[in-house]
Ligand binder design. Sequence first.
Ligand SMILES: Nc1ncnc2c1ncn2[C@@H]1O[C@H](COP(=O)(O)OP(=O)(O)OP(=O)(O)O)[C@@H](O)[C@H]1O
Length: 291
Amino acid sequence: MSDTTATADANVDSTERATEKSDRSADETPDRRSVDEPILRVENLEKRFGGITAVDGASFQVERGSITGLIGPNGAGKSTTFNCITGVHTPNDGVVVFEGTDITGREPHQVANQGLVRTFQIARELPEMTVLENMMLAPKDQQGESLWRSVLPIVRRDVVEQEREIRDRAWEMLEFFEIDHLAGEYAGNLSGGQRKLLEMARALLTDPEMLLLDEPMAGVNPSLEKKLLSHIHELQDRGYTFLLVEHDMDVIMNHCEHVIVMHQGAVLAEGTPEEITANEDVIEAYLGGDV
Ligand SMILES: Nc1ncnc2c1ncn2[C@@H]1O[C@H](COP(=O)(O)OP(=O)(O)OP(=O)(O)O)[C@@H](O)[C@H]1O
């Protein structure tokens, strides 16, 4: 469904990257499921806030390598579901399985280290740090504190080496998203769309398997939206999986292979975009809701 025109080089790179990702999965985690298994399974997820049941028995799966949309009227429980998957909230019930591993209730950094990351809205960024400094914040497995650097030369060498690798990768990501010219700019001075690009660049710095994007197109102008979508498809070609919450139905219809519809905390329907838009329960939920 992508309208991305990848170059021959990018295709070669994509194939290598996809192979590399599946090899790594097999090597690192012997109990991981076959690549045909869904990358993410959510079963009977439940999250209550006092008397409010925000997520009420939601179950769904995300296929490896897909761009899957999670939609639903306001208050359907989409963000809470994201938060339960990524460890921001601990669910009251249910199971989250990523790459064959039960990650239910793990801390956000543990989930990220597992290879599942979400983009954070601008509020989480540090507006008085530069774009590059934002990129350098806390990537996966970053090691070394100043104490260790000073007392152990061998660790120091490792740390220096690792910092250089992180910096190189940060530049690579900034170049990929075409915001490398903004590296020295304060994050607080970026436009809404540029911040979205920075959020995705930061998320990718940890080299995840799967990205959860919360309204990636909100506040993004049409030309930047086209660019962001093209980047998402290129990354999909390289082997990444995407789950995105998005209110823009054009994005859902034209860029997701599979759509999950939540309503009142549970999954109301799933299918292709065409199946979803023809589903009477979905139409009823949206017409009856505040969308
Ligand atoms: N921290 C919280 N404390 C209390 N209630 C909450 C909290 N977070 C979410 N809720 C409630 O849970 C329900 C689901 O909210 P959630 O934000 O997950 O829905 P959503 O589908 O993401 O909505 P939207 O599309 O408007 O962002 C809502 O009724 C909301 O008010």
